[in-house]
Design a protein. Structure first.
Length: 439
């Protein structure tokens, strides 16, 4: 049941004005390369008078604005009040006093605007065209950069147009929050979530993956503070499953970030073996170390990323390269990213991925596994990178595996599409090293 927010008219008008100010400020920062998440945190830091309810409204307007910017920029100037209101209404399931105040202000410009969050994307397009009195022509393809359609990898048997539309449609709704339960803590965590009134759904195949659609303050959970529960997208959980590490093995997580995948490897290895997690960013390694301290894992070592010459060859039973990428697979969670990602960025990322993959390959033992993952769905950063890698590394063979979400056999290349969770889009390739390199 959706409850309508109650608010005094003057407070609603004030909140509407603050939200419009936030859109203008944050779009300016996004235009300089900052993420909307980062810019929004900064905005709230300077507006500490805002309560939780007001922050939720502003956050929703910000991300709706970027999600539907492809349409609203055709009809209105950037961060125009009408653009903000239309975007909010396209995602909203119920009225809000601040949105109503903005609608009254724009009544002559948008006489029929209404919450349309329950509608599918095609119906939302019809509603938007009606709101704007048919002044503009828009399509689903306008909701993403023009270069995207040519960059997508197209599955066999699917038309490029059909696949492009499906990808873009998936970008237009935020997926649920996914949680990963650590082995042995499942019952305790589920009991705590139930006691707190959270509605969760356990994945039918990955039983330790839970989806939560209601707002969740993870740090308030005892199980999260004790390392029994991690926030980790379903697609990222699939990466750990595809690594298939065994207790006692040695693994290197090359671009470990804040450590989500390394923690998953440690859980799958029952804390037996050795995991090296590295990254070039000191700040994010501090977050990684902090996360480890909350857990029972003693098998993980965190270090700054070494120079290639400093890494011994043929060292690890498994190497995971979760490479820096364009992040197109995360556009449903980060709608602003589509407007700050250029084609040149994808080309640069692909070159970096080739270099990192070559360096990582040298550290894999004969018989060991090399896993390449990227949260992107572009051809250039996935199959093109692998074609180059395979041409120069005949000592690595694709390892047939099982798709974690469907259970179907794979040739070693696994695509996880945003609509499958729903979750982030992800590409994963699994190789085994057959012999030492001859080069």
């Amino acid at each position: 049941m959706i409850r309508e927010v109650q608010m005094h008219a003057r407070a609603a008008q004030r909140l509407a004005e603050v939200a419009l100010q936030a859109v203008a400020d944050i779009e300016e920062r996004v235009a300089t390369g900052h993420s909307a998440d980062f810019a929004l945190k900064r905005f709230f830091h300077h507006h500490r008078e805002l309560g939780g309810r007001d922050r939720r409204f502003i956050s929703n307007m910000i991300f709706s604005y970027f999600r539907w910017k492809g349409w609203t920029r055709i009809a209105f100037d950037n961060h125009h009040p009408a653009a903000c209101l239309c975007a909010w209404m396209l995602d909203a399931d119920a009225p809000h006093p601040a949105a109503d105040a903005l609608a009254m202000r724009l009544d002559s410009a948008l006489p029929d605007v209404h919450p349309a969050g329950h509608e599918d994307t095609g119906s939302k397009l019809k509603s938007f065209m009606k709101w704007t009195s048919g002044r503009v022509e828009a399509s689903l393809l306008d909701l993403a950069p023009a270069w995207l359609a040519d960059e997508l990898w197209i599955p066999e048997g699917v038309s490029p147009a059909e696949h492009s539309v499906r990808c873009i449609e998936s970008f237009q709704s935020r997926p649920p929050t996914w949680l990963r339960l650590t082995t042995g803590s499942e019952d305790k965590v589920l009991d705590e979530l139930a006691e707190r009134g959270f509605e969760v759904q356990r994945h039918k195949i990955l039983q330790n993956a839970l989806s939560v659609t209601s707002p969740l303050q993870v740090t308030s959970l005892h199980s999260a503070r004790n390392g029994q529960l991690e926030v980790q997208d379903l697609a990222s959980q699939c990466v750990g499953v595809l690594c298939a590490p065994k207790p006692g093995e040695s693994w290197w997580d090359v671009c470990a970030g804040s450590g989500g995948k390394a923690l998953h490897l440690a859980d799958l290895m029952t804390n037996q073996g050795r995991i090296l997690g590295t990254d070039i960013r000191p700040g994010i390694l501090k977050q990684f170390a902090h996360r480890i301290r909350k857990t029972r894992y003693s098998c993980i070592t965190v270090r700054s990323a070494p120079a290639p010459a400093d890494v011994p060859t043929s060292t690890f039973d498994g190497v995971l390269l979760d490479a820096p990428c364009s992040g197109t697979g995360t556009w449903s969670r980060n709608p602003d990213a589509r407007w700050r990602t250029a084609l040149e960025t994808i080309m640069q990322r692909a070159e970096k991925q080739r270099m990192l993959l070559n360096e990582a390959a040298a550290t894999v033992k004969p018989g060991g596994r090399l896993v390449y993952s990227v949260c992107t769905i572009t051809r250039r950063e996935t199959v093109d990178v692998l074609s180059d890698f395979e041409a120069h590394h005949p000592d690595f063979k694709a390892l047939r595996t099982t798709h974690p979400l469907s259970g179907l056999e794979s040739d070693g290349r696994v695509w996880i599409w945003p609509w499958e969770g729903p979750c982030d889009g992800m590409f994963v390739a699994v190789y085994v090293r057959t012999t030492p390199s001859q080069g």
